[in-house]
Design a protein around this ligand. Structure first.
Ligand code: ZN
Length: 413
């Protein structure tokens, strides 16, 4: 169900009031807690309008107000009530599924991770999400009716026009399906879906290594390789949603066959499975990337070499990205991020050697800060897109609720 479809026509007094309410809720979703004066400055609404909205939405249980002191004067601190709603995030990887429940200020209240076969069917994957959501909500004592939206990350390109999962996907069983529609049907709430690298970019931009950057690329270097591009705070998805598919940049047109059908893609050279396969003849096939990093740090030359070479190949592709996109920050994320300078030094050298000097000098290369949580946090960001209008719709039909007592703090502060 699309809550926006029930909106009155633009310009009517009701729609203006709702638009103002949404503006105020958006500000609180972003900042966590604000005083009424800060809300007026942030939203550009008149103090009397802010005060009216806060009074109404507090009465309907959506907001919670408590006394505070601001600039030496008593003031009212306003925040979203924890009882107003929760968000669901689901992150599908090549071999895992993580599901989290968070409050509206993105504080994760509960989380579960399971191993999941990459060859599973869509309906089985969604049934797992449904089961995990139920179990998490039950353990938290939260009713399902409080879920206002869900966000889902998939290791595949998502067509922004149709919502269809594209190819190549790390989950072949999902290709061609409208994942958001199927998930919404299964979970009974609005669901938004995006590519996992895009979600990592959103989260790092807001809470992690991307803070303060204007234009950034987040690299997800795991078994799948991709990038999410954020331009002035907005995710850039391209015309059909495949922007940032750097894993399929051609490095050697006569190279190894890639799962996308081309040859010599970056991913064939630096995917974690490709790195582990190179080490298998001498190190066995039980190694993880964490083992490789540990061995490299303790002086194993083969492990060190494999990580450095991967960093070099990534750097060549990133140099091209810098020439074309000219970002001010590149964030190295995914499983290879745990190698830190063992990979990033090689990336940096290649970027400086292969990129045009002005583009290479303009870019700062950093390691992601949020680790494996970044996809999940990005899924929460898209889950809450549209949550304000859903909350307002629910508040209009619901009985006034008791405001929850628990304080909510925005993540990363
Ligand atoms: Zn490819």
């Amino acid at each position: 169900m699309e809550p926006n479809s029930r909106r009155p026509s633009p310009g009517s007094p009701t729609s203006l009031k709702e638009a103002n309410q949404e503006r105020l809720l958006e500000a609180l979703r972003f900042a966590g807690t604000m005083t009424q004066a800060e809300l007026a400055r942030f939203t550009g609404l008149a103090p009397s309008t802010v005060s009216n909205i806060v009074r109404e939405l507090t009465a309907s249980g959506l907001l919670r107000v408590s006394p505070t002191v601001s600039h030496g004067r008593t003031a009212q601190a306003v925040r979203l009530s924890r009882g107003a709603g929760v968000l669901v995030a689901a992150d599908f990887g090549h071999r895992h599924l993580t599901v989290a429940i968070a409050d509206l200020a993105y504080e994760v209240l509960g989380l579960e991770r399971i191993e999941l076969d990459w060859n599973h069917r869509v309906h089985d994957g969604l049934a797992e999400v449904d089961r995990m959501v139920d179990a998490l909500l039950a353990s938290l004592g939260i009713g399902r009716e409080l879920v206002v939206g869900a966000g889902m990350g998939l290791p595949a390109p998502i067509d922004v026009r149709t919502g269809q999962v594209g190819a190549p996907s790390q989950l072949p069983g999902w290709v061609g399906v409208d994942a958001a529609a199927l998930a919404a049907e299964r979970l009974g709430v609005p669901v938004r879906v995006d590519n996992d690298a895009n979600l990592g970019a959103l989260a790092e931009d807001r809470w992690g290594a991307g803070r303060g950057a204007r234009n950034l690329a987040y690299l997800k270097l795991s078994d799948g390789v991709g990038a999410g591009l954020v331009i002035r705070g907005e995710l850039y998805q391209g015309s059909v949603g495949t922007a940032g598919e750097i894993g399929h940049a051609t490095m050697n047109e006569f190279g190894a066959l890639c799962r996308c059908g081309n040859r010599g893609c970056l991913e064939t050279m630096v995917a974690t499975s490709a790195l582990l396969a190179q080490l298998a003849p001498h190190h066995g096939d039980e190694l993880s990337i964490a083992d490789v990093v540990r061995l490299a740090r303790s002086g194993d030359v083969a492990c060190r070499r494999v990580l450095e070479d991967a960093g070099h190949h990534v750097g060549v592709a990133v140099a091209n990205l810098c020439n074309v996109f000219n970002p001010d920050r590149i964030i190295v994320g995914g499983e290879l991020a745990q190698a830190e300078e063992l990979v990033t030094d090689a990336v940096r050298r290649a970027v400086h050697r292969q990129g045009i000097p002005s583009a290479a000098q303009a870019v700062e290369l950093v390691t992601a800060e949020l680790g494996a949580r970044s996809q999940l946090l990005g899924a929460l960001v898209i889950a809450s897109d549209g949550a304000s209008s859903a909350l307002l719709a629910a508040a209009r039909t619901a009985e006034p609720a008791e405001p929850a007592d628990a304080a909510v703090a925005p993540l990363g502060t």
